[in-house]
Design a protein around this ligand. Structure first.
Ligand code: PEP
Ligand code: MG
Length: 571
């Protein structure tokens, strides 16, 4: 039976794409029995437990050495965390006390002690610390495994293109199973902060986590794990498969140029490109900083704002935004005020893309706008915040927004609330009107962000969320090239910085066009970060400039695209 192509959304844990066959993993629950020991059996039972601890320690040490050799210190610290649990008196000694004091078997004692600790983890409010529950879970499994002296599962039965799919996969299992056969990972639970995610990144296995709909995927299903878009495609069509396979070949050509977190984004001929990260959820900040991202170029705040299904109160917004800024450790964070309306069509068929969205919504719902602005200003003391206004189409909109911002500041001053009065205010250029008049807006703002996702849809009259016109959505269209060149030319004399944060910056060929046109600041999703850094490091800015001169004279998107691909991939 052939199945229909289906897209499952999740969260990117490790970038890259993988095509392969699903292999479901089942994390066996150890059935432990509660045995009552005779007093003369206690000493032997404690020895049994200690030897399981020792066996686990030896396994982990071995794993740590290998991991350090393979991928440096980032992931070997994961094993430190496991080793520390094994030395933790609260853990090991309490288990021994239970065996000795209550005459119970090791499995039962481990379960009781770990249950208490799991509950303590669950009560923690810090998500990062809560995620560390996984370390304990992993070590408990290892101890139970070693108590039963079962051999580790073998990867030899896996197909050569296995994508592990499961509710969760413990990080050490992922490491122990590592082999050329495992090309991807997709789990129903988990977050990019989990150690499984960190392990997947270290092993360079594309991974998507937090995708509950994976529960329906069966072993043997053909899958694409797209660690750029954060989706798993189940039973992809031939066309989809061909697209991904093509990308894979191109990606390999760029791979030769290494781009680690610490390597700078500099072209071959020395042009420094500022490369920031786009995030949709606050939890992504930590990962962005770990990737070496120098800024959060775009934080789409609407996803967190409406995450609970209702509007958050001001105090929790202040706490969330403060945490984001602290986690960014001084790196600038561009908070885009809520852009609602996107991808939503109302019941009467009105296209929200052409209606009340972004700043228009905020101007009509000033209580919501003011609450968000107050929260942003109140959090601003904790780091380097920037405020970005979306979907602006006129200088009037911008003036109205400024009046409200001013009012919020006055209110905070009157209440003696501390805030940074110099938070830069920026505007998204994502409507044709903003592209045509950005120079008129320049004196009113501190910076610009170029949103090519919307700009292209409005310029080419192609609804970005409508599958039936997706083939017409083309960043290489001469109209787009001319528009971008015009924006660059209008803004250059103003000296106002401009960052391109649409998806055009996230695909190497179209990003190369941006560099060729003169843009030197890009912001991309984490999934695309290292790919774009690699592209930057493998091109010459002078070559791209001369390529830009040539493509600006071309008439058809296809010609443009061919020329760009040939330049970037040097074919
Ligand atoms: C854009 O329009 O290019 C952009 C970055 O914003 P969003 O994708 O959130 O509309
Ligand atoms: Mg937009």
């Amino acid at each position: 039976m052939t199945r229909e192509e289906r897209i499952i959304h999740g969260v990117v844990a490790s970038v890259g794409t993988a095509v392969g066959k699903a292999v479901r993993t089942f994390d066996p629950l150890f059935v432990s029995f509660n045995f009552k020991l005779r007093p003369d059996q206690v000493r032997k039972e404690v020895e049994r437990f200690r030897s399981s601890v020792e066996k686990s320690r030896v396994q982990l040490k071995r794993m740590q050495v290998e991991l350090k050799r393979k991928s440096g210190p980032e992931s070997s610290f994961l094993i430190d965390a496991h080793l520390l649990v094994l030395q933790d008196r609260l853990f090991v000694d309490r288990i021994i006390e239970k065996i000795e004091g209550e005459y119970i078997n090791s499995e039962w004692a481990i379960q009781q002690v770990s249950d208490d600790l799991f509950q303590a983890y669950d009560r923690l409010s810090d998500e990062y610390l809560r995620e560390r529950r996984g370390d304990l879970d992993d070590i408990v499994r290892r101890l139970l495994h070693n108590l039963q002296s079962k051999p580790l599962p073998s990867f030899k039965k896996l197909p050569y293109d296995a994508i592990l799919v499961g509710k969760s996969v413990p990080p050490s299992t992922l490491f122990e199973l590592r082999s050329q056969r495992i090309v991807g990972l997709a789990t129903e639970t988990g977050s990019p902060l989990s150690h499984t995610a960190i392990m997947a990144r270290s092993l360079e296995i594309p991974a998507i986590v937090g995708a509950p709909e994976l529960a329906d995927v069966a072993s043997g299903d053909l899958l694409i794990v797209d660690g750029e878009r954060g989706v798993v495609i189940v039973s992809p069509s031939d066309e989809t498969l061909a697209t991904y396979k093509g990308r894979d070949r191109e990606g390999k050509k760029l791979k030769a140029k290494s781009a680690t977190a610490s390597t700078p984004a500099v072209t071959e001929d020395g042009t420094r490109i500022s490369l920031g990260a786009n995030i949709n959820f606050s939890e992504e900040v930590r990962s962005a900083i770990a990737h070496g991202c120098e800024s959060i170029g775009l934080y789409r705040t609407e996803f967190d704002f409406f995450r609970e299904g209702k509007q958050p109160d001001e105090e929790s917004l202040v706490a969330d935004y403060s945490l984001v800024l602290k986690t960014a450790k001084g790196a600038p964070v561009t908070f885009r005020t809520i852009d609602v309306g996107i991808d939503q069509k109302s019941w009467d068929g009105v296209n929200m893309n052409l209606g009340v969205r972004g700043l228009r919504f905020c101007l009509e719902n000033q209580d919501v706008f003011k609450k968000q602005l107050r929260s942003l200003y109140r959090a601003s003391a904790h780091g380097t915040a920037r405020i970005l206004l979306p979907f602006v189409s006129s200088v009037d909109d911008l003036d109205a927004a400024h009046d409200i911002i001013e009012e919020v500041r006055r209110e905070l001053t009157a209440k003696r609330q501390p805030y940074d009065p110099n938070v830069p205010i920026g505007v998204m250029i994502e409507t044709p009107a903003a592209a045509q008049t950005c120079d008129l807006m320049a004196s009113r703002v501190d910076f610009f962000c170029l949103g090519t996702n919307d700009l292209i849809q409005y310029y080419l009259v192609v609804d970005r969320s409508d599958q039936s016109v997706v083939h017409l959505y083309n960043p290489f269209h001469p109209a787009i090239l001319r528009c971008l060149q015009q924006v660059y030319t209008l803004l250059k004399p103003t000296g106002k910085p401009i960052t391109v944060c649409g998806e055009m910056a996230a695909d190497p060929p179209s990003a190369a066009v941006l560099l060729g046109l003169g843009f030197t600041s890009l912001s991309v999703s984490l999934g695309a970060y290292s790919r774009i850094k690699r592209m930057i490091r493998s091109v010459s800015s002078a070559h791209l400039k001369s390529m830009a001169t040539q493509i600006l004279k071309m008439q058809k998107p296809k010609e443009v695209e061919e020329k760009v691909r040939a330049t970037v991939y040097r074919t």
